[in-house]
Design a binder for this molecule. Structure first.
Ligand SMILES: [Fe+2]
Ligand SMILES: [Fe+2]
Length: 353
């Protein structure tokens, strides 16, 4: 899901670039091509009047421009053996004049190309002025495109690290890895229902798997002790909130800051009887209040090695009783409103036993 929203960010930039190029030099169509190194192909996600196209690396006019790093300007594509006429044949479009300009990242490496097709003036051919204008656009575009792609890379990497780290905490405490995935999805659904923006709901979804990361600091003997815990051992377990918060709070990154809040506050209670700080009401961050509901719901509704799942009626009763005590009443209301959806998520992300 996150992938989709960020990909659309990239294609927004591509559409913008294509529009800008087309208008600037009065072309009929303008396409932004990128290199897919893994598959040795060139592709475009947006092309005026056409859907996504992929061609083998090095073929066609655009392939030549990218391979050589040199711009190409021609009056009639059909006079040029480098023209890849297959797409014209498929679509019935007739390519005539073409200008193709590679663009580079800030290290000077070619990362794609602009291609404008069919000059719309009477003369019907691109001029050296067009080449100059499009080159200028390409030099800006290459850099902004690169920063969008890099940003994407960083966001994806953060997500992966976060869910991997979340799993470590859970696996050590003999919970199933799917626990963190379910908590993530429950948190997302509840956040949207509570009126958080889709962006913020998505942020919480990515951050909430980290809620128990602080458990990495607790010895196995205590974490997985079968019998009753001593007072000291219980204090040690409770420390996972402080430890988790401590681990994550240093980052200026939005995602890790959200994860720090979740790790630090998911055991706080609305009435102030939770830990580690005994915060109450709206002093507990909404992320903490949502994750608390998601985490408890999953603990009760999922089967564990050492216990069977509670029947839904019993869970409903508990949430009714704890509305305004353990949990924020508004989050409990959201929980009831979304219960069918939450059960669907539970079933689709069940742990295999
Ligand atoms: Fe916890
Ligand atoms: Fe948990």
């Amino acid at each position: 899901m996150a992938k989709i929203s960020s990909e659309s960010q990239l294609s927004n930039v591509l559409v913008l670039m294509a529009d800008m190029g087309r208008e600037m030099i009065v072309a009929d169509r303008c396409t932004v091509w990128l290199i897919d190194e893994a598959n040795e192909e060139l592709y475009t996600t947006v092309a005026h009047g056409v859907k996504m196209i992929r061609i083998p690396y090095g073929t066609g006019l655009v392939g030549h421009a990218i391979a050589t790093g040199e711009a190409i300007v021609i009056e009639d594509a059909y006079d040029d053996p480098r023209h890849h006429a297959e797409n014209d044949r498929k679509t019935g479009y007739v390519t005539k004049s073409v200008v193709t300009i590679p663009f580079r990242n800030h290290e000077g490496r070619t990362i794609g190309a602009y291609q404008a097709v069919n000059k719309m003036t009477e003369a019907g051919k691109f001029t050296s002025k067009d080449l100059e204008l499009l080159s200028l656009a390409a030099s800006y575009a290459g850099k902004s495109l690169e920063s969008v792609m890099l940003h994407q890379e960083i966001v994806d990497t953060q997500r992966e690290i976060i869910s991997a780290m979340g799993e470590i905490g859970e696996i050590r405490s003999k919970e199933m890895a799917n626990h963190v995935r379910r908590v993530a999805e429950y948190s997302y659904v509840l956040a949207l229902r509570l009126g958080l923006s889709p962006r913020e709901a998505d942020l919480l979804r990515t951050a909430s798997p980290m809620h128990d990361i602080g458990k990495v600091a607790i010895p196995d003997a205590v974490l997985n002790k079968p019998g009753k815990l001593t007072e000291e051992e219980y204090e040690l377990i409770k420390s996972h909130t402080r430890v988790g918060h401590q681990l994550l709070k240093g980052s200026r990154r939005e995602l890790l800051s959200a994860a720090a809040i979740v790790a630090g506050q998911h055991h706080e209670k609305w009435d102030g009887s939770g830990y580690p700080h005994g915060l109450s009401g709206a002093d507990i961050h909404i992320y903490g209040r949502i994750t608390a509901v998601a985490d408890v719901f999953d603990a009760l509704s999922a089967e564990r090695v050492y216990k069977s799942a509670w029947p839904i009626e019993r869970i409903e009763k508990l949430f009714e009783e704890e509305r305004g005590r353990h949990f924020d009443p508004a989050v409990v209301d959201a929980f009831f409103a979304e219960l069918p959806r939450l059960i669907e998520i539970r079933d689709s992300l069940a742990d295999e036993s």
